[in-house]
Design a protein around this ligand. Structure first.
Ligand code: GDP
Ligand code: GDP
Length: 447
């Protein structure tokens, strides 16, 4: 995974730039307000390269008093993990002491820094840019994040630094095995879970080095089927001094999600689903990976007060649009339903690659529109003429309409929910794209 961190003092336009770079051509249905409010991470395609962007401005506020010298620890983490830093400064304000301080910090810690001078909204600001050479970086790019100027140059500068996107494939002999990431907050039982599998099955193929530097994967076999547990290094030999890094686990999670097909989100059944869990779920869904929620430590849950059905309902309520995600109660300690988790993994994995035929899909669309026609927009009523599955892993569908702009979000959600009721796909993110139907005679190619 190529990681790009956006760094700079407050108000220089980091989040504007972040949004500019991750902007997608087509909306994704599962972009749900509320769930995604404070988003600091996003995977974007930049000139054909897949990169993950981190907006460090959203992580932890920089100290306003300029000369404190230390950067917030999460920002520091991001800088040390990133493959490229976009150091953003403000052309209107010129070089301020805090810019120098950040420059100093970056020079010590990061090899690849691109200085992005933002708010160069027109020719009259261009003169300002030369001042920024004083910060000592070779690569300087003037942009206006707000007015979309210089952004395509920036995109190619970023893309040039990264190799062609490669399909995540397993090591040799690993093709058959499903890649599973075990995620969750500290103390939810991730290492107990991994050890439970290793202990019970005793068929550990020796740990193999993953494709990513310092990621250790473990091959296991459960009931005769092979699985690769992604990046178990931190899980298997854990250090007790990890507490300070806890919040940053999001970054580790991102890297694991990137390499996984199915993610297990370990939750302490006694404590329930937390906001951080919802954030990780959001990252998984955006990453297009399958997901299962494992309610661990079910052995110590007071069953008189908390039945599984009740808990399941509560969680579904919290999940909102993600309420299709399977929830399983289990115990890593007693081994209860640990194998069952892998049956779910198989199911989700299968659904990730599942195809719905065009004729079934169109029967579905017809029925869905009959039950609830798309709303009128002015005097127009949009119709969806046909739909087809365009890819798998995750399953994506294109629906062609005379007037795609006229299909409101709530109608998209109606279709996706109805689709899930009809076809299942629990724990699998779905993408539905609404496109303009091309008039007959026109080329039917991709836009
Ligand atoms: P952050 O604190 O670094 O994330 O900065 P924001 O992205 O929140 O932007 C701070 C302010 O600068 C906002 O009022 C933006 O509208 C404004 N801004 C961002 N980019 C530009 C730009 O290219 N030109 C101008 N003139 N203003 C911008
Ligand atoms: P991790 O930080 O997510 O890897 O969590 P650990 O596997 O280290 O577990 C944290 C604590 O929870 C340890 O004391 C475990 O013994 C305990 N634990 C893990 N799974 C279970 C379980 O299923 N039931 C009970 N009662 N305790 C568990």
């Amino acid at each position: 995974m190529s990681l790009v961190a956006i760094v700079g003092r407050p108000n220089v336009g980091k989040s504007t730039l972040f949004n500019r770079l991750v902007r997608r051509k087509v909306a994704i249905v599962e972009d749900v307000p509320g769930v995604t409010r404070d988003r600091n991470y996003a995977t974007a395609e930049i000139d054909g390269k897949r990169v993950t962007l981190v907006d460090t401005g959203g992580l932890e506020p920089y100290s306003e008093d300029a000369l404190t010298g230390s950067m917030a620890s999460q920002v520091e983490q991001a800088v040390s993990e990133a493959d490229l830093i976009l150091f953003v400064a403000d052309a209107h304000e010129g070089v301020l002491p805090l810019d120098r301080e950040i420059a100093e910090f970056l020079r010590k810690r990061s090899s690849d820094v691109l200085l992005v001078v933002n708010k160069v909204d027109g020719p009259k600001h261009e003169d300002m840019v030369t001042d920024f050479y004083a910060l000592g970086f070779q690569a300087i790019l003037p942009v206006s994040a707000e007015h979309n100027l210089g952004i395509s140059d920036l995109r190619s500068e970023i893309a040039d630094r990264f190799p062609e996107a490669e399909e995540v494939t397993g090591e040799e002999g690993e093709e058959e095995s499903v890649r599973v990431a075990v995620l969750g907050r500290p103390n939810t039982g991730k290492s107990s879970f991994v050890n439970a599998i290793l202990g019970a099955e005793r068929v550990i193929v020796s740990p193999i080095a993953g494709t990513t530097r310092d990621a250790i994967d473990t091959q296991v076999e459960v009931k005769g089927k092979a699985y690769t547990l992604i990046d178990t290094a931190g899980i298997r030999r854990k250090s007790r001094v990890e507490t300070g890094v806890e919040r940053w686990s999001v970054l580790k999670a991102l890297k694991a999600i990137d390499r996984a097909e199915v993610c297990l989100l370990m939750v302490d059944a006694v404590e329930g689903v937390s906001d951080q869990d919802l954030k990780i779920l959001d990252l998984i869904v955006r990453g297009g990976r399958g997901v299962i929620i494992c309610l661990n430590k079910w052995d110590i849950v007071d069953k008189d007060h908390m039945t599984f059905d009740h808990t399941r309902k509560e969680i579904a309520h919290m999940l909102g649009p993600h309420r299709h995600i399977p929830v399983i109660s289990m115990s890593a300690l007693t081994g209860m339903r640990v194998e069952k988790v892998f049956e779910l993994v198989d199911k989700v994995h299968e659904d990730l690659g599942r195809r719905i035929t065009t004729s079934k899909l169109n029967d579905f669309m017809e029925a869905a529109m009959r039950e609830l026609p798309p709303p009128m927009v002015g005097k127009k009523r949009t119709r969806i003429y046909y739909a087809t599955q365009v890819s798998t892993k995750p399953p994506a569908f294109a629906a062609f309409s005379s007037y795609p702009e006229g299909i409101p979000k709530h109608y998209e959600r109606y279709l996706v929910n109805k689709f899930r009721d009809t076809f299942g796909f629990e724990g699998v993110p779905l993408r539905m794209y609404f496109r303009k139907r091309k008039r007959s005679g026109e080329n039917e190619g991709e836009d």
